[in-house]
Ligand binder design. Structure first.
Ligand SMILES: [Zn+2]
Length: 236
């Protein structure tokens, strides 16, 4: 038993669901990666590299510090672990990161165009624009820096050019729904683009209202974490 067991179980459960539903690009491969921030620590629980999700067990999930040093687990963490850590460093409002190779988002990623605000319920969940992180090979510093440069837009979903997508959120279940919403939006956007007809986006006033709700939610999570840190500092 370890204090990280609950995190490991949750990372595995959501990873398996993503894999079974094809969000990692294949249902039997090892692509994609999932992580959760360990509350109150500069550490994450993250999926291991090159291991099939259907054989993965909770004890296979790695616990790694922000300094990338292993804390627990027998396996090598995902090569995209530095990208996950970089995301947690930049975005205080997030506690989960999912990197996928999902089909329709990948289609838009090869068009190299951001997805504009198209639907109320999607913008209310994921923010204004799904921006594109420029292409760089997997696991490289260049790719991680590209992700960090886009994360400041406070959205919850990103396309990675000629690669896939990344979703971030306040918990893993919510982030899973962002993966689904991104896929739905990307599919509808692809269908609409294929017609060659002009596309209508949400009116700017509506977008402003929806984004204000998203940011207020993020601010509440940042305030909750700051209150925890202050309480811990007082106890110390
Ligand atoms: Zn990938």
């Amino acid at each position: 038993m370890s204090r990280y067991d609950d995190y490991k179980r949750e990372v595995l459960t959501v990873s398996r669901r993503l894999s079974q539903q094809g969000y990692f690009g294949t249902k039997s491969g090892t692509a994609g990666n999932v992580s959760m921030l360990i509350e109150g620590e500069e550490a994450i629980a993250v999926t291991p590299t090159r291991m099939r999700y259907d054989v993965m067990q909770p004890e296979d999930i790695c616990v790694v510090g922000f300094d990338l040093k292993p804390i627990e687990g027998p396996n090598k963490p995902s090569i995209e672990t530095p990208m996950h850590v970089a995301a947690y460093r930049v975005r205080q409002d997030i506690n989960a990161v999912i990197h996928t190779h999902q089909t329709h988002a990948s289609a838009i990623s090869i068009l190299n165009r951001p997805i504009p605000p198209l639907f109320d319920e999607v913008t209310l969940a994921i923010g204004e624009v799904v921006d594109v992180v420029p292409y760089a090979p997997s696991g490289t510093q260049e790719l991680h820096e590209g992700v960090v440069s886009k994360l400041t837009n406070r959205c919850h979903c990103y396309l990675i050019q000629n690669h896939g997508a990344m979703c971030v959120g306040r918990d893993l279940e919510t982030t899973f729904t962002y993966v689904e919403l991104l896929e739905k939006t990307a599919e509808v956007y692809s269908l609409a683009l294929a017609t060659g007809q002009p596309i209508t986006t949400l009116p700017p006033a509506a977008v402003r209202q929806l984004v204000a709700v998203v940011m207020a939610r993020q601010d509440r999570e940042i305030a909750r974490k700051n209150a925890l840190t202050t309480a811990e500092a007082r106890r110390a």
